[in-house]
Design a protein around this ligand. Structure first.
Ligand code: IPE
Ligand code: IPE
Ligand code: MG
Length: 217
């Protein structure tokens, strides 16, 4: 079986840039190039949804100039995107600067009718935040059941998360898709995100095929 929904924690951009004698900020543009290579490989494998962690709620504690560099990459991607993917975002977008939030709405509207693959970008996202928001919403709607709760997660309507990949060498989830990864296959790669290419994705898919998914049975 191939994964229908795969997620990437795109970690290691800053360290990659430093190791190449660049400023940390330059790592994010290189990270976008890597994302394009990874997405091309996922399209080839007919993946339905790719979720990526671009910026966590905790990343707001980073220096202002680093946050601005990340948001600039996101904004210019949104404003210039004219491909076939359907692009959606999850996270607290309204809390970001207006120009970034506007670019998110724009690309979501512009790509809403596309059907090639869905790219779900987590921006100013935290799983704990998402879970507590879904709890409150389902309680407010007097629908505080497991289904009512799932309906109010940002990932409602997406296929179950089959696989989760983290680059950059750390073995932790850093508040990403904590509810959704209940039965996901986990992959931890030592390489930095900007070094990712199509062959890495091929290797992940090959290993995914070999894993024995039991779902507790
Ligand atoms: C991950 O790359 C992307 C974001 C947090 C936006 P990092 O910026 O965390 O890169 P490293 O882990 O410091 O190398
Ligand atoms: C996770 O990476 C967030 C993103 C990749 C966007 P971090 O670099 O923020 O995570 P920690 O701080 O190493 O746990
Ligand atoms: Mg990091």
């Amino acid at each position: 079986m191939e994964p229908k929904h795969i997620a990437f924690i795109m970690d290691g951009n800053g360290r990659w840039a430093t190791a190449h004698g660049l400023g940390r900020k330059d790592g994010y543009a290189a990270g976008l190039d890597a994302l394009k290579r990874v997405l091309a490989a996922c399209v080839k494998h007919k993946v339905e949804v790719v979720s990526v962690y671009a910026f966590s709620t905790e990343n707001l504690a980073r220096p202002d100039d680093e946050i601005a560099a990340i948001m600039n990459v996101v904004k210019s991607f949104n404003l210039s995107y004219d491909g076939d993917m359907k692009i959606i975002y999850m996270g607290d977008i309204d809390a970001l600067d207006d120009d970034v939030a506007d670019s998110v709405r724009l690309v979501e509207d512009r790509t809403a009718g596309n059907s090639q693959i869905t790219l779900n970008i987590a921006l100013n996202y935290g799983a704990q935040d998402d879970i507590s928001r879904a709890c409150l919403l389902s309680y407010d709607h007097n629908d505080f059941t497991p289904k009512g709760f799932e309906k109010r997660l940002s990932t409602a309507g997406l296929p179950p998360l089959d696989a989760l990949v983290r680059t950059g060498g750390e073995k932790r989830l850093s508040n990403f898709m904590l509810y959704e990864c209940a039965y996901s296959e986990l992959f931890f790669l030592d390489k930095m995100w900007p070094d990712m290419d199509g062959d890495d994705v091929e290797r992940i898919f090959a290993e995914f095929e070999k894993r024995n998914r039991k779902f507790g049975k």
